[in-house]
Write a protein that binds this ligand. Structure first.
Ligand code: G4P
Ligand code: NA
Ligand code: NA
Length: 190
């Protein structure tokens, strides 16, 4: 998505540890005009009229998913990260390991909001190692719902999350795929 790539080049900041900061338009301050264009682009790439729900994970996926959902006319449900291992039978549960944060989260989703009749589009801001996305896929599988696809705004192509998700047969669409980045250069996959 050209508009997004241009914005990353203009306002993205590469930090040590292979981290791309996009705080000024996506992750902290949010450019709503841009995110509306992101919503339209996901709609174009996922034209299915079967989708019943958009699924994301807190925190930074939520705002983006809400704007995207307006182009699909379906609710957003977000998986919650929790420290408590007091999981009752009313939730789907999975574990997500974060390499960036060097810890494991329990991730839950109420059984009230996803079931085998649902067709799910997963939306998130970043795809890096893919742990969060694999956790979301695991939650959907646990619910018996159908995965229609996964859309991420920025895929870090030098990490293996994209390969992992694609190898599971999930239709993954990334609006910008970064193949390399340094302090002075950033290249996208074509
Ligand atoms: P993974 O899910 O792809 O395996 O990601 P990883 O554990 O490596 O990263 C942990 C968090 O950091 C994730 O956010 C992920 O979206 C985010 N992240 C990974 N690489 C980058 C990057 O280069 N730039 C930015 N800005 N974020 C990155 P999260 O755990 O979902 O946390 P939250 O911020 O949404 O609460
Ligand atoms: Na994040
Ligand atoms: Na995220």
């Amino acid at each position: 998505m050209q508009l997004l790539k241009e914005r990353i080049l203009k306002d993205g900041v590469v930090k040590p540890g292979n981290v791309l900061k996009v705080d000024s338009f996506l992750n902290h301050q949010m450019d709503i005009d841009l995110i509306n264009e992101i919503g339209k682009e996901f709609r174009r790439r996922f034209p299915s009229d079967k989708i019943t729900k958009i699924l994301t994970i807190e925190a930074s996926g939520i705002g983006i998913a809400c704007i995207v959902a307006q182009y699909f006319g379906v609710p957003v449900v977000f998986a919650k990260k929790t420290q408590s291992i007091n999981i009752d039978g009313e939730v789907y549960h999975t574990k997500v390991e974060s390499f960036t944060h060097k810890r494991t989260y329990d991730v839950i989703l109420s059984k009230k909001f996803l079931n085998e009749d649902d067709h799910v589009l997963i939306i998130d801001d970043f795809l890096a190692n893919g742990c969060a996305m694999l956790g979301l896929i695991d939650l959907v599988k646990g619910s018996g719902a159908t995965i229609e696809g996964a859309g991420v705004v920025i895929e870090k192509g030098m990490q293996n999350g994209g390969d992992l998700i694609r190898s599971q047969g999930v239709h993954l669409e990334s609006l910008a795929i970064i193949d390399s980045m340094t302090d002075t250069s950033l290249t996208f996959r074509n």
